[in-house]
Design a protein around this ligand. Structure first.
Ligand code: ZN
Length: 198
């Protein structure tokens, strides 16, 4: 790293600190940025800062949004009595892309993982329980079919069922450990249609 000026080194370090960016990619990106027109770089930096500043959790479903309430929760013609619980906003996007689900969501922002030290308190479960005090008919648990996703589903079902709300789990036609976002629409819809009561 000491072959470069300290500012270039710093830029490379910043890129390298991002997930999935190795040392080589970090160098390539840093030099790419340095060769970009100055105003493009400024625009890019502004976008980063504005996104970080304005994007927050939706007050209802905890997905990422730049409004108090995300566009899905704000829609009156969606079925607000059916809540699909997903691990992250990317999973939500995968189901939205199918265009066939008309309920609302709840985004946990992770799954229970004793290995990584992630417990229920680290996830958006309290917010979900609060929502269940309203008029809710069914909670569809669509966490991944990984060990963590299954543990989270079990935990949630034990937590929610005593409230007398129907709890279902998407069918496990989805490959084990497969991230929902990489699964095609047909498989997602089959998993949703084939959900079973827990
Ligand atoms: Zn929302």
């Amino acid at each position: 790293m000491e072959y470069y000026s300290s500012q270039i080194s710093k830029l490379i370090e910043e890129f390298a600190s991002l997930p999935g960016i190795g040392a080589k990619s970090a160098q390539r990106l840093a030099f790419h940025v340095i060769n970009m027109p100055a105003e493009r770089v400024e625009q890019f930096a502004d976008t980063l800062v504005a996104a970080r500043r304005n994007v927050r959790y939706c007050k209802e479903c905890c997905t990422l949004t730049d409004q108090e309430i995300c566009p899905i929760c704000a829609k009156a013609d969606r079925d607000h009595r059916t809540i699909m619980v997903v691990e992250n906003a990317r999973d939500l996007a995968a189901y939205e892309k199918t265009g066939k689900y008309n309920g609302v969501y709840h985004v946990l922002h992770g799954a229970i993982s004793p290995m990584l030290g992630i417990g229920p308190a680290d996830l958006r479960m309290k917010e979900l329980m609060l929502r269940l005090q309203g008029d809710v008919e069914e909670v569809i648990i669509a966490t991944n079919s990984s060990l963590e996703g299954e543990a989270t589903a079990m935990y949630l079902s034990k937590l929610i069922k005593p409230a007398g709300i129907k709890v279902t789990r998407i069918a496990s036609g989805v490959p084990v450990g497969g991230d929902l976002e990489y699964i095609d629409e047909v498989t997602l819809l089959r998993a949703l249609d084939g959900r079973t009561e827990l």
